[in-house]
Design a protein around this ligand. Structure first.
Ligand code: NAD
Length: 474
C-alpha cells in the first residue's frame, strides 16, 4: 500500500537547480518536499560532474605546473600518482559537499524524500522510494529539475568500464595507457586534460572543424595550442564509423574529411557528445506538459510549463546546460510561485571550460554577432602585455571585450588564460549592469593581477592602454 502525503511545493531533482529552488522556497516560508534518488542533494553536478571533475582538474594543473617549474629553476621528480588516494580525495570532496547540503536541507526543515517520482496527474506524484516502497504525494505546485543524461552515438557499444560516459571517466578506475575521447566539447576537453596529466595518451576526435564548436575561435585557439602539447593527437572533421569492444581494448575505425579510413586500438574510450534532457521517465503524458523535438520541457519566461502549477528549470528546460543557469532559474520559478513579477531574462550567462588555460565568456560572442550581422567593436588585450601573466609564466592568454560602437556599452566578454573562470564574473556584472567601456576603464583594478587585463582591454578601446602600444591609424 502506498503511503499518502501532501506538500505545498514538490521539487523533483536535487541538483543545483532543484536544491537551490527548494532552499530558497523554504527560506521565504514555503513548505517544501525535495525528491532525489541520492542519499543527499547534489545531483550530477556534485556527485558526477562539476565538483569531482574540478577536484581532478586541480590536480592536473598541479602536475602540469611541476612539469613547467624547471624553467623557473625548480626541479621536481616525475610525479608518482597514488590513484587510490587521489580517488579518495575526490570522493571526500564530494562527500563533504553533499553531506553539507543534506545538513542545510534538514536545517531548513525541508522534507527530503529519497526516491524517483513520476506524475500521476497535474497534482499528484508517485514516488518510488529507494527502499522499494511507494509514496503518493499530492502537491500544490511542483518544480521539475531532473537534469540530463549523457548522450551516445547510434551503433556505439553500450557504456561499460571500457567505453565510458563522463560518470565512468570520473570514477577513475585506473589510468589507461591510451584513451580516445569522442567529442571535443566541455567534457571531452576537461576529462582529457585530467587523464593526460595522469599519464594517459589522449586522442580527441571531433566531427566539426574545430574544438568547442560555437565558441569564439581566438579563445579556442589559445587553448588548442596548449592541448596540442598535452594530448597525443586531436582529430578534427573526423567521425568514428565503427567501435568494437575487445578483450584488451576498444577497436575504433575513423573516417576523416577526405573519406580516408584508419583503425586504432585504445585501452578505453570516453564518449562525450553532449547530453539529453531527462524528460522521458516522468510520465509527463499524464499532464498537459509539452516537450519539444529535443526533449526539453517547454516553459514560459517564468519557467512555467503548460500546466499552470508546474514549473521546469535547469537542463530539462533547455540550453545552456549549466548549473548556475539552473540555480538562477530555480530562484525565478520560486519567486513566480510566490506571486512576484519575475522573468528569466539574463543579459549574460557565463560559460567556463575548466581546461588549462581556462576559457570563459559571457554575453554576446563574436560568433553570435556575426550570425546576427550585428556591428560590434572588439578589443583584445594580449596577456603578453600583462605583468601578472609574466610572473605566472603564462603570457599566452587574451582578454577581449565586445562593444556596441554607438552606445559604447559592453555587450560581451571573452577570456582565455588561467583563472579566466574567476575573472569572467566581472564581465557578467558589466554586461548585466549595462556598463560602458569607460566604466571598466575608469575602475581601478588591483595591481599586479590578471583582472587588470579587463581594464586595459577597455583602455585599448580609447587607444590609451598603458602596457600595449598600438600605433594610431593615420
Ligand atoms: P558538448 O556539447 O560540449 O560537446 C560535444 C562535442 O561532441 C561537440 O563538439 C560535438 O561537435 C561533438 N560530437 C557530437 N557527436 C560526435 C561524433 N559522433 N563524433 C565526434 N564528435 C561528436 O557536450 P559534452 O562535452 O558532452 O558536455 C555536455 C554538456 O555538459 C555541455 O554542453 C555543458 O553544458 C555541460 N558541461 C559543462 C561544463 C562546464 O560548465 N565547465 C563541464 C562539463 C559539461
Amino acid at each position: 500500500m502506498a503511503e499518502n502525503k501532501s506538500t505545498q511545493l514538490a521539487v523533483i531533482g536535487g541538483g543545483p537547480g532543484g536544491y537551490a529552488a527548494a532552499f530558497f522556497a523554504a527560506d521565504i516560508g514555503m513548505e517544501v518536499t525535495l525528491i532525489d534518488p541520492d542519499v543527499n542533494p547534489g545531483g550530477v553536478c556534485l556527485y558526477r560532474g562539476c565538483i569531482p571533475s574540478k577536484a581532478l582538474l586541480h590536480v592536473a594543473r598541479l602536475v602540469n605546473e611541476t612539469d613547467e617549474a624547471a624553467a623557473w629553476g625548480v626541479n621536481y621528480e616525475k610525479p608518482e600518482i597514488n590513484l587510490n588516494r587521489l580517488r579518495s580525495w575526490k570522493d571526500e570532496v564530494v562527500k563533504k559537499l553533499t553531506g553539507g547540503l543534506g545538513q542545510l536541507t534538514k536545517q531548513r526543515k525541508i522534507n527530503y524524500v529519497r526516491g524517483t517520482a513520476v506524475f500521476k496527474d497535474s497534482k499528484t506524484l508517485e514516488v518510488k522510494l529507494h527502499d522499494g516502497q511507494k509514496q503518493t504525494l499530492t502537491f500544490e505546485t511542483a518544480i521539475i529539475a531532473t537534469g540530463s543524461y549523457p548522450a551516445t552515438v547510434p551503433g556505439f557499444p553500450p557504456f561499460s568500464s571500457r567505453v565510458m560516459d563522463s560518470t565512468g571517466a570520473l570514477e577513475l578506475a585506473d589510468i589507461p595507457k591510451s584513451l580516445l575521447v569522442v567529442g571535443g566539447g566541455y567534457i571531452g576537453l576537461e576529462m582529457g586534460t585530467v587523464y593526460a596529466a595522469l599519464g594517459t595518451k589522449v586522442t580527441v576526435v571531433e566531427m566539426m572543424p574545430g574544438l568547442l564548436p560555437g565558441v569564439d575561435r581566438d579563445l579556442v585557439n589559445t587553448l588548442a595550442k596548449r592541448l596540442d602539447k598535452h594530448f597525443e593527437s586531436i582529430l578534427l572533421k573526423t567521425t568514428v564509423v565503427e567501435m568494437k569492444e575487445q578483450k584488451n581494448g576498444v577497436k575504433v575505425k575513423f573516417k576523416s574529411e577526405d573519406d580516408k579510413e584508419q583503425e586504432k586500438r585504445f585501452d578505453k574510450v570516453l564518449v562525450a557528445v553532449g547530453r539529453k534532457p531527462n524528460s522521458q521517465n516522468l510520465d509527463l503524458n499524464n499532464t498537459k506538459i509539452e516537450i519539444d523535438h529535443r526533449g526539453f520541457i517547454k516553459v514560459n519566461p517564468q519557467r512555467r510549463t503548460a500546466e499552470p502549477n508546474i514549473y521546469a528549470i535547469g537542463d530539462i528546460a533547455g540550453e545552456p546546460m549549466l548549473a548556475h543557469k539552473a540555480s538562477h532559474e530555480g530562484r525565478v520559478a520560486v519567486e513566480a510561485i510566490a506571486g512576484k513579477k519575475v522573468a528569466f531574462e539574463p543579459a549574460a550567462i557565463p560559460a567556463v571550460v575548466f581546461t588549462d588555460p581556462e576559457i570563459a565568456w559571457c554575453g554576446l560572442t563574436e560568433t553570435e554577432a556575426k550570425k546576427q550581422n550585428r556591428e560590434i567593436k572588439t578589443v583584445r588585450f594580449p596577456w603578453a602585455a600583462s605583468g601578472r601573466a609574466a610572473t605566472l609564466g603564462r603570457s599566452d592568454g587574451v582578454t577581449k571585450l565586445l562593444i556596441d560602437p554607438q552606445t559604447e556599452r559592453v555587450l560581451g566578454v571573452g577570456i582565455a588564460g588561467p583563472g579566466a573562470g574567476e575573472m569572467i564574473a566581472e564581465g557578467v556584472l558589466a554586461v548585466e549592469m549595462a556598463a560602458l567601456v569607460s566604466d571598466l576603464s575608469l575602475t581601478i583594478h588591483p595591481h599586479p593581477t590578471l583582472t587588470e587585463t579587463v581594464m586595459e582591454a577597455a583602455d585599448l578601446f580609447f587607444g590609451r592602454s598603458t602596457h600595449y602600444y598600438r600605433p594610431k591609424k593615420k
